[in-house]
Design a protein around this ligand. Structure first.
Ligand code: 5GP
Ligand code: ZN
Length: 116
């Protein structure tokens, strides 16, 4: 997946401010944070989007959420956070490698869902 931005980050060919890494998961700061805490949690293995996952991916998906919870607390959003997984054209997914945005901070995030 030479042409995938997040695969390049996984491979260390593009720098990122990593906050967590293990065999199957990588988490790093979003380069353009929308809130004081804005992390991206990704599977190291290339999965294009939530629209392409199968039952074989449930373990890594579950781990992404468990890591998200721990990192939000550690990184400055201990009183809750928002998880966003933009998916496909309708979901405005810009990077075609599955990623969960973890957004939060000391103050509540916007009432996003009320505007949809
Ligand atoms: P999407 O719209 O696909 O859900 O979000 C992609 C996210 O990736 C955006 O929030 C954008 O700021 C972030 N992003 C794009 N390029 C880079 C990069 O090179 N490094 C990091 N850390 N984040 C990036
Ligand atoms: Zn990729």
């Amino acid at each position: 997946m030479d042409d995938c931005l997040f695969c390049r980050i996984v491979a260390g060919r593009i720098p990122a401010r990593k906050v967590f890494e293990d065999d199957e998961i990588l988490a790093f700061h979003d380069i353009n944070p929308a809130r004081p805490v804005h992390l991206l949690v990704i599977p190291k293995r290339h999965i294009t989007s939530l629209a392409t996952v199968s039952d074989a991916d449930t373990a890594v998906l579950g781990r992404m959420l468990a890591v998200a919870n721990r990192l939000a607390t550690e990184q400055g959003s201990p009183d809750g956070f928002r998880v966003i997984i933009n998916t496909g054209r309708i979901g405005h997914q810009e990077v075609q490698h599955l990623h969960a945005h973890i957004v939060g901070g000391p103050e509540p995030v916007g009432p996003m869902l009320k505007r949809i």
